[in-house]
Design a protein around this ligand. Structure first.
Ligand code: ZN
Ligand code: ZN
Length: 134
């Protein structure tokens, strides 16, 4: 299922919804709406802000990654360091299985499950990112 998430420009709250072509309204303030259909959209122009630059990133929960490492570190004395090896492996496997999502440079909207991301969309580039920092 394709979905889109975004931090509201009006109130700063993070919200998300299905990318089924229907309007998604910020549940907090109701002042911002996103309308995107996963079937029609082809990664050309951001449906939220008309920006045409995107980057890809893994949809990986950083918090979960940290938690796994902490647990691994806790068990080091008991397992003579083996737990760290296990943690690294789990991390690697998890990371590989995690799907990628596409993010708008300008408004930070995240598009998940929109199908294969085009080759032209690259990883986050700091130089481009700086241009959009406000
Ligand atoms: Zn809002
Ligand atoms: Zn945007």
């Amino acid at each position: 299922m394709a979905s889109v998430s975004k931090e509201c420009k009006e109130c700063g709250k993070y919200y998300s919804g299905d990318a089924n072509g229907k309007e998604i309204t910020c549940p907090n303030c109701g002042n911002e709406t996103i309308q995107v259909s996963a079937k029609k959209w082809s990664f050309d122009v951001c449906t939220c802000c008309n920006c045409n630059q995107f980057y890809r990133r893994k949809d990986f929960n950083q918090l979960l990654g940290c938690l796994i490492i902490i647990v691994g570190a806790l068990f080091v004395p008991v397992t003579y360091g083996l737990s760290l090896v296990v943690v690294l492996l789990v991390d690697l496997i998890l990371y590989r299985r995690v799907p990628e999502l596409i993010v708008c440079y300008k408004c930070g909207a995240e598009f998940r499950g929109f199908g294969p991301i085009p080759e032209t969309v690259e990883l986050f580039n700091h130089h481009i990112g700086e241009l959009y920092e406000s």
